[in-house]
Design a protein. Sequence first.
Length: 414
Amino acid sequence: MTETQVWGVPWSEQQFVEQMVKFGHPMTLRSCLPEVLREAVELYQTMDVHERMAYRANKLGFWLRRLCELKDDEAKLKRSMDADVARILQPKNILLWKDMLSAMQYSDMDVVTEFCQGTELVGCVAKTGLWPQKFQPATIGVEELKDIAVKERHLFTQQFGDGIQEQFLDEVWSKTLEEVEAGILVGPLPLHEVPPECPLSRRFGIAQGSKMRCIDDYSRSSVNSAVQTCESPKPHTLDVYAALCAYVMTMCQGGHRWVGRTFDLVGAYRQCAIHPSSRQFAHIAVRHPVSRDVLAFRMRALPFGSVKSVHSFLRVSTSLWFLMVKEFLVLTTNYFDDFITLGHDTEAASLTACIHMFFKLVGWAFAQEGPKAPALGVTINVSRLNEGLGTVGNTDHRREELLQTLDNILTAKL
Protein backbone atom coordinates (compact mmCIF):
# COMPACT_ATOMS: atom_id res chain seq x y z
CA MET A 1 0.00 0.00 0.00
CA THR A 2 1.38 3.44 -0.95
CA GLU A 3 0.34 6.93 0.06
CA THR A 4 0.93 10.01 -2.03
CA GLN A 5 1.24 13.40 -0.34
CA VAL A 6 1.52 16.75 -2.06
CA TRP A 7 3.19 19.62 -0.19
CA GLY A 8 3.14 23.26 -1.21
CA VAL A 9 1.47 26.65 -0.90
CA PRO A 10 -1.96 26.50 -2.60
CA TRP A 11 -1.75 29.64 -4.72
CA SER A 12 -4.17 30.38 -7.51
CA GLU A 13 -2.79 31.37 -10.91
CA GLN A 14 -3.40 35.03 -10.08
CA GLN A 15 -1.64 34.75 -6.71
CA PHE A 16 1.32 33.04 -8.36
CA VAL A 17 1.68 35.91 -10.85
CA GLU A 18 1.44 38.46 -8.02
CA GLN A 19 4.26 36.72 -6.14
CA MET A 20 6.48 36.71 -9.21
CA VAL A 21 5.85 40.43 -9.74
CA LYS A 22 6.71 41.05 -6.09
CA PHE A 23 10.08 39.30 -6.37
CA GLY A 24 10.91 40.86 -9.74
CA HIS A 25 12.77 39.46 -12.70
CA PRO A 26 16.13 37.87 -11.74
CA MET A 27 17.89 39.80 -14.51
CA THR A 28 16.88 43.27 -13.28
CA LEU A 29 19.61 45.45 -11.79
CA ARG A 30 17.65 45.80 -8.55
CA SER A 31 17.85 42.04 -7.99
CA CYS A 32 21.66 42.42 -7.79
CA LEU A 33 21.44 44.88 -4.90
CA PRO A 34 21.73 43.47 -1.34
CA GLU A 35 18.76 44.34 0.86
CA VAL A 36 20.85 46.22 3.43
CA LEU A 37 22.23 48.45 0.67
CA ARG A 38 18.78 49.07 -0.74
CA GLU A 39 17.57 50.16 2.71
CA ALA A 40 20.57 52.48 3.06
CA VAL A 41 19.78 54.23 -0.23
CA GLU A 42 16.18 54.73 0.90
CA LEU A 43 17.31 56.20 4.23
CA TYR A 44 19.98 58.29 2.49
CA GLN A 45 17.43 60.12 0.36
CA THR A 46 15.30 61.08 3.39
CA MET A 47 18.13 63.26 4.79
CA ASP A 48 19.93 66.32 3.54
CA VAL A 49 23.73 66.48 3.55
CA HIS A 50 23.95 68.14 6.98
CA GLU A 51 21.69 65.52 8.55
CA ARG A 52 23.79 62.71 7.10
CA MET A 53 27.01 64.29 8.34
CA ALA A 54 25.52 64.70 11.83
CA TYR A 55 24.20 61.13 11.73
CA ARG A 56 27.63 59.68 10.98
CA ALA A 57 29.38 61.94 13.48
CA ASN A 58 27.05 60.80 16.26
CA LYS A 59 27.66 57.15 15.40
CA LEU A 60 31.43 57.63 15.33
CA GLY A 61 31.36 59.47 18.64
CA PHE A 62 29.36 56.69 20.29
CA TRP A 63 31.73 53.96 19.11
CA LEU A 64 34.82 55.99 20.00
CA ARG A 65 33.57 56.21 23.58
CA ARG A 66 32.82 52.49 23.54
CA LEU A 67 36.36 51.80 22.31
CA CYS A 68 37.76 53.55 25.37
CA GLU A 69 35.49 51.50 27.65
CA LEU A 70 36.68 48.24 26.08
CA LYS A 71 40.40 49.04 26.25
CA ASP A 72 41.21 46.84 29.27
CA ASP A 73 39.07 43.93 28.07
CA GLU A 74 40.72 44.11 24.64
CA ALA A 75 44.17 43.88 26.20
CA LYS A 76 43.03 40.90 28.28
CA LEU A 77 41.70 39.19 25.14
CA LYS A 78 45.02 39.64 23.35
CA ARG A 79 46.90 38.17 26.32
CA SER A 80 44.71 35.07 26.18
CA MET A 81 45.53 34.41 22.51
CA ASP A 82 48.23 32.22 21.04
CA ALA A 83 51.38 34.35 20.73
CA ASP A 84 51.60 34.17 16.92
CA VAL A 85 47.89 34.93 16.52
CA ALA A 86 48.12 37.86 18.94
CA ARG A 87 51.10 39.26 17.04
CA ILE A 88 49.10 39.46 13.81
CA LEU A 89 45.87 40.68 15.44
CA GLN A 90 47.47 43.17 17.86
CA PRO A 91 46.22 46.30 16.00
CA LYS A 92 42.63 45.03 15.81
CA ASN A 93 39.91 46.24 18.14
CA ILE A 94 38.06 42.95 18.10
CA LEU A 95 35.64 43.54 20.96
CA LEU A 96 34.49 46.82 19.44
CA TRP A 97 33.96 45.09 16.09
CA LYS A 98 31.99 42.37 17.89
CA ASP A 99 29.86 44.95 19.70
CA MET A 100 29.08 46.73 16.44
CA LEU A 101 28.02 43.51 14.75
CA SER A 102 25.92 42.47 17.73
CA ALA A 103 24.18 45.86 17.82
CA MET A 104 23.34 45.50 14.13
CA GLN A 105 22.05 41.94 14.71
CA TYR A 106 24.52 40.59 12.17
CA SER A 107 23.68 37.06 11.04
CA ASP A 108 27.23 35.65 11.16
CA MET A 109 28.58 36.39 14.62
CA ASP A 110 30.82 33.30 14.46
CA VAL A 111 33.09 35.34 12.18
CA VAL A 112 34.52 36.92 15.34
CA THR A 113 35.31 33.56 16.92
CA GLU A 114 37.14 32.31 13.83
CA PHE A 115 39.05 35.57 13.50
CA CYS A 116 40.23 35.45 17.13
CA GLN A 117 41.39 31.85 16.89
CA GLY A 118 43.00 32.16 13.47
CA THR A 119 42.10 30.39 10.24
CA GLU A 120 42.77 26.70 9.73
CA LEU A 121 44.32 26.00 6.33
CA VAL A 122 42.81 22.51 5.95
CA GLY A 123 39.52 20.83 6.78
CA CYS A 124 35.94 22.01 6.36
CA VAL A 125 35.10 25.65 5.72
CA ALA A 126 32.39 26.80 8.12
CA LYS A 127 28.91 27.40 6.75
CA THR A 128 28.11 31.11 7.10
CA GLY A 129 24.75 31.54 5.38
CA LEU A 130 26.18 34.56 3.57
CA TRP A 131 26.61 32.99 0.14
CA PRO A 132 24.97 30.42 -2.17
CA GLN A 133 25.44 26.79 -1.27
CA LYS A 134 27.97 24.88 -3.35
CA PHE A 135 29.52 21.68 -2.06
CA GLN A 136 33.12 20.95 -3.01
CA PRO A 137 34.52 17.91 -1.17
CA ALA A 138 38.12 17.55 -0.12
CA THR A 139 39.94 15.08 -2.34
CA ILE A 140 42.45 14.03 0.31
CA GLY A 141 42.53 13.88 4.10
CA VAL A 142 45.03 15.50 6.41
CA GLU A 143 47.01 12.29 6.97
CA GLU A 144 47.23 11.71 3.23
CA LEU A 145 48.44 15.29 2.82
CA LYS A 146 51.27 14.56 5.25
CA ASP A 147 52.15 11.36 3.40
CA ILE A 148 52.31 13.28 0.10
CA ALA A 149 54.61 15.87 1.72
CA VAL A 150 57.00 13.14 2.89
CA LYS A 151 57.08 11.44 -0.53
CA GLU A 152 57.60 14.68 -2.47
CA ARG A 153 60.16 16.36 -0.22
CA HIS A 154 63.24 14.96 -2.00
CA LEU A 155 61.85 16.18 -5.34
CA PHE A 156 60.66 19.53 -4.07
CA THR A 157 63.56 21.66 -5.29
CA GLN A 158 62.82 20.57 -8.86
CA GLN A 159 59.94 23.05 -8.77
CA PHE A 160 62.62 25.76 -8.79
CA GLY A 161 64.32 24.62 -11.99
CA ASP A 162 66.50 27.05 -13.94
CA GLY A 163 64.53 29.55 -15.95
CA ILE A 164 61.38 29.37 -13.79
CA GLN A 165 60.25 32.85 -12.69
CA GLU A 166 63.82 34.16 -13.00
CA GLN A 167 62.66 37.74 -13.68
CA PHE A 168 61.01 37.98 -10.25
CA LEU A 169 63.57 36.24 -8.04
CA ASP A 170 65.06 39.44 -6.59
CA GLU A 171 61.72 41.09 -5.94
CA VAL A 172 60.11 37.97 -4.45
CA TRP A 173 63.06 37.54 -2.09
CA SER A 174 62.98 41.21 -1.13
CA LYS A 175 59.25 41.18 -0.39
CA THR A 176 59.62 37.97 1.59
CA LEU A 177 62.29 39.54 3.83
CA GLU A 178 60.02 42.58 4.32
CA GLU A 179 57.35 40.23 5.65
CA VAL A 180 59.88 38.63 7.99
CA GLU A 181 60.76 42.07 9.35
CA ALA A 182 57.06 42.87 9.80
CA GLY A 183 56.52 39.67 11.78
CA ILE A 184 54.31 38.04 9.14
CA LEU A 185 56.86 35.30 8.37
CA VAL A 186 59.32 33.28 10.44
CA GLY A 187 62.62 32.43 8.73
CA PRO A 188 64.56 31.83 6.62
CA LEU A 189 64.97 28.17 7.55
CA PRO A 190 67.01 25.46 5.83
CA LEU A 191 64.66 22.88 4.31
CA HIS A 192 66.01 20.13 6.55
CA GLU A 193 64.74 22.04 9.61
CA VAL A 194 61.16 21.72 8.36
CA PRO A 195 59.72 18.30 9.35
CA PRO A 196 59.21 16.14 6.25
CA GLU A 197 55.48 15.68 6.94
CA CYS A 198 54.98 19.44 6.63
CA PRO A 199 54.01 20.45 3.06
CA LEU A 200 56.12 23.12 1.38
CA SER A 201 54.32 25.60 -0.89
CA ARG A 202 56.45 27.33 -3.49
CA ARG A 203 56.31 31.14 -3.54
CA PHE A 204 56.55 32.83 -6.91
CA GLY A 205 55.78 36.24 -8.39
CA ILE A 206 53.25 37.33 -11.00
CA ALA A 207 52.91 40.69 -12.70
CA GLN A 208 49.74 42.64 -11.92
CA GLY A 209 49.87 45.77 -14.03
CA SER A 210 52.94 47.69 -12.95
CA LYS A 211 53.28 45.72 -9.70
CA MET A 212 54.43 42.25 -8.73
CA ARG A 213 52.40 40.09 -6.33
CA CYS A 214 53.75 37.11 -4.39
CA ILE A 215 51.70 33.94 -4.80
CA ASP A 216 52.04 30.96 -2.47
CA ASP A 217 51.15 27.79 -4.39
CA TYR A 218 49.01 25.89 -1.90
CA SER A 219 47.49 23.89 -4.74
CA ARG A 220 50.76 22.33 -5.94
CA SER A 221 51.61 21.37 -2.35
CA SER A 222 48.15 19.69 -2.09
CA VAL A 223 47.12 21.76 0.96
CA ASN A 224 44.11 23.11 -0.96
CA SER A 225 43.10 19.55 -1.83
CA ALA A 226 42.51 18.92 1.88
CA VAL A 227 39.86 21.66 2.07
CA GLN A 228 36.12 21.03 1.88
CA THR A 229 33.69 23.87 1.13
CA CYS A 230 29.91 24.14 1.27
CA GLU A 231 29.41 27.68 -0.07
CA SER A 232 30.59 29.75 -3.01
CA PRO A 233 31.64 33.26 -1.88
CA LYS A 234 30.20 36.07 -4.01
CA PRO A 235 32.08 39.36 -3.66
CA HIS A 236 30.37 42.40 -5.13
CA THR A 237 31.37 42.56 -8.77
CA LEU A 238 30.58 45.33 -11.24
CA ASP A 239 26.92 44.36 -11.55
CA VAL A 240 26.32 45.18 -7.86
CA TYR A 241 27.92 48.63 -8.15
CA ALA A 242 25.94 49.23 -11.36
CA ALA A 243 22.75 48.22 -9.54
CA LEU A 244 23.61 50.68 -6.76
CA CYS A 245 24.04 53.47 -9.29
CA ALA A 246 20.75 52.58 -10.99
CA TYR A 247 18.86 52.52 -7.69
CA VAL A 248 20.38 55.83 -6.65
CA MET A 249 19.18 57.37 -9.93
CA THR A 250 15.70 56.05 -9.16
CA MET A 251 15.51 57.09 -5.51
CA CYS A 252 17.74 60.14 -5.11
CA GLN A 253 16.66 62.61 -7.73
CA GLY A 254 17.95 66.14 -7.42
CA GLY A 255 20.60 68.60 -8.51
CA HIS A 256 23.61 67.30 -6.56
CA ARG A 257 26.53 65.78 -8.45
CA TRP A 258 27.74 62.36 -7.37
CA VAL A 259 31.29 61.12 -6.84
CA GLY A 260 32.79 57.66 -6.39
CA ARG A 261 35.97 56.44 -4.76
CA THR A 262 37.71 53.17 -3.92
CA PHE A 263 39.03 52.54 -0.41
CA ASP A 264 41.29 49.51 -0.12
CA LEU A 265 42.81 47.57 2.75
CA VAL A 266 46.59 47.21 2.86
CA GLY A 267 47.95 43.65 2.80
CA ALA A 268 44.46 42.42 3.52
CA TYR A 269 45.18 38.69 3.99
CA ARG A 270 48.25 39.53 6.04
CA GLN A 271 46.00 41.17 8.63
CA CYS A 272 44.40 37.79 9.43
CA ALA A 273 46.13 35.08 11.49
CA ILE A 274 46.66 31.36 10.92
CA HIS A 275 45.29 28.95 13.52
CA PRO A 276 48.03 27.31 15.65
CA SER A 277 46.90 23.85 14.51
CA SER A 278 47.73 24.79 10.91
CA ARG A 279 51.32 25.89 11.49
CA GLN A 280 52.49 22.58 10.03
CA PHE A 281 50.73 23.49 6.76
CA ALA A 282 51.92 27.10 6.66
CA HIS A 283 55.44 26.69 5.25
CA ILE A 284 56.46 28.33 2.00
CA ALA A 285 59.72 28.06 0.07
CA VAL A 286 61.64 30.75 -1.80
CA ARG A 287 64.79 30.59 -3.92
CA HIS A 288 67.59 32.93 -2.92
CA PRO A 289 68.45 35.09 -5.96
CA VAL A 290 72.23 34.93 -5.34
CA SER A 291 73.08 31.62 -3.68
CA ARG A 292 70.26 29.83 -5.54
CA ASP A 293 69.46 27.91 -2.35
CA VAL A 294 65.81 27.12 -1.64
CA LEU A 295 64.89 28.29 1.86
CA ALA A 296 61.73 27.86 3.91
CA PHE A 297 59.60 30.33 5.85
CA ARG A 298 56.59 29.77 8.12
CA MET A 299 53.62 32.08 7.75
CA ARG A 300 51.88 33.61 10.73
CA ALA A 301 49.28 35.36 8.55
CA LEU A 302 47.06 34.09 5.75
CA PRO A 303 48.80 33.24 2.47
CA PHE A 304 47.70 34.52 -0.91
CA GLY A 305 47.00 31.24 -2.70
CA SER A 306 45.07 29.27 -0.08
CA VAL A 307 41.40 28.32 -0.53
CA LYS A 308 40.78 28.83 3.17
CA SER A 309 42.30 32.32 3.00
CA VAL A 310 39.70 33.40 0.45
CA HIS A 311 36.73 32.15 2.44
CA SER A 312 38.02 33.46 5.76
CA PHE A 313 38.99 36.92 4.53
CA LEU A 314 35.76 37.44 2.56
CA ARG A 315 33.83 36.47 5.67
CA VAL A 316 35.54 39.27 7.57
CA SER A 317 35.42 41.88 4.79
CA THR A 318 31.69 41.22 4.33
CA SER A 319 31.12 42.04 8.00
CA LEU A 320 33.08 45.30 7.64
CA TRP A 321 31.04 46.22 4.57
CA PHE A 322 27.80 45.47 6.44
CA LEU A 323 28.78 47.82 9.27
CA MET A 324 29.74 50.63 6.92
CA VAL A 325 26.38 50.42 5.17
CA LYS A 326 24.08 49.60 8.08
CA GLU A 327 25.58 51.66 10.90
CA PHE A 328 27.32 54.54 9.12
CA LEU A 329 25.08 55.02 6.07
CA VAL A 330 27.92 54.61 3.57
CA LEU A 331 26.77 53.61 0.09
CA THR A 332 29.47 51.11 -0.78
CA THR A 333 30.09 47.69 -2.28
CA ASN A 334 32.83 45.24 -1.35
CA TYR A 335 35.08 43.34 -3.75
CA PHE A 336 37.66 41.46 -1.68
CA ASP A 337 39.77 44.25 -0.11
CA ASP A 338 38.19 47.09 -2.13
CA PHE A 339 35.27 49.15 -0.83
CA ILE A 340 33.81 51.16 -3.71
CA THR A 341 31.71 54.06 -2.46
CA LEU A 342 29.20 56.54 -3.81
CA GLY A 343 28.08 59.88 -2.39
CA HIS A 344 27.09 63.47 -3.07
CA ASP A 345 30.01 65.72 -3.95
CA THR A 346 28.94 68.07 -1.13
CA GLU A 347 29.77 65.43 1.49
CA ALA A 348 32.78 63.78 -0.17
CA ALA A 349 35.27 65.07 2.39
CA SER A 350 33.16 64.16 5.42
CA LEU A 351 32.34 60.75 3.94
CA THR A 352 36.04 60.06 3.40
CA ALA A 353 36.76 61.09 6.99
CA CYS A 354 34.00 58.79 8.25
CA ILE A 355 35.38 55.79 6.35
CA HIS A 356 38.92 56.51 7.55
CA MET A 357 37.71 56.77 11.13
CA PHE A 358 35.74 53.53 10.85
CA PHE A 359 38.78 51.57 9.71
CA LYS A 360 40.85 53.12 12.49
CA LEU A 361 38.20 52.25 15.07
CA VAL A 362 38.22 48.57 14.13
CA GLY A 363 42.00 48.59 13.63
CA TRP A 364 42.31 47.69 9.96
CA ALA A 365 45.20 49.12 7.95
CA PHE A 366 44.08 50.82 4.75
CA ALA A 367 45.50 53.00 2.00
CA GLN A 368 44.80 56.56 3.07
CA GLU A 369 45.90 57.88 -0.31
CA GLY A 370 44.86 56.30 -3.59
CA PRO A 371 42.71 56.45 -6.71
CA LYS A 372 39.41 58.26 -6.36
CA ALA A 373 37.65 56.38 -9.15
CA PRO A 374 36.02 52.94 -8.81
CA ALA A 375 38.22 49.95 -9.58
CA LEU A 376 37.14 46.48 -10.82
CA GLY A 377 39.28 46.94 -13.91
CA VAL A 378 37.04 49.61 -15.44
CA THR A 379 36.37 53.32 -15.16
CA ILE A 380 32.96 54.41 -13.93
CA ASN A 381 31.67 57.96 -14.30
CA VAL A 382 28.98 58.77 -11.73
CA SER A 383 29.12 62.57 -11.98
CA ARG A 384 25.83 62.73 -13.90
CA LEU A 385 23.74 60.28 -11.92
CA ASN A 386 21.52 63.21 -10.96
CA GLU A 387 20.74 63.54 -14.68
CA GLY A 388 20.02 59.83 -15.02
CA LEU A 389 23.32 58.94 -16.66
CA GLY A 390 26.16 56.69 -15.51
CA THR A 391 28.88 55.32 -17.77
CA VAL A 392 31.17 52.30 -17.60
CA GLY A 393 34.21 51.86 -19.82
CA ASN A 394 37.57 50.19 -20.15
CA THR A 395 40.60 51.86 -18.60
CA ASP A 396 43.08 53.61 -20.88
CA HIS A 397 45.57 50.79 -20.30
CA ARG A 398 43.01 48.12 -21.23
CA ARG A 399 41.98 50.02 -24.37
CA GLU A 400 45.62 50.23 -25.44
CA GLU A 401 46.04 46.49 -24.86
CA LEU A 402 42.92 45.71 -26.92
CA LEU A 403 44.03 47.96 -29.77
CA GLN A 404 47.50 46.40 -29.75
CA THR A 405 46.00 42.91 -29.82
CA LEU A 406 43.75 43.81 -32.77
CA ASP A 407 46.71 45.35 -34.61
CA ASN A 408 48.72 42.18 -34.05
CA ILE A 409 45.89 40.03 -35.41
CA LEU A 410 45.47 42.20 -38.49
CA THR A 411 49.23 42.26 -39.09
CA ALA A 412 49.45 38.48 -38.77
CA LYS A 413 46.73 38.00 -41.39
CA LEU A 414 48.60 40.22 -43.83
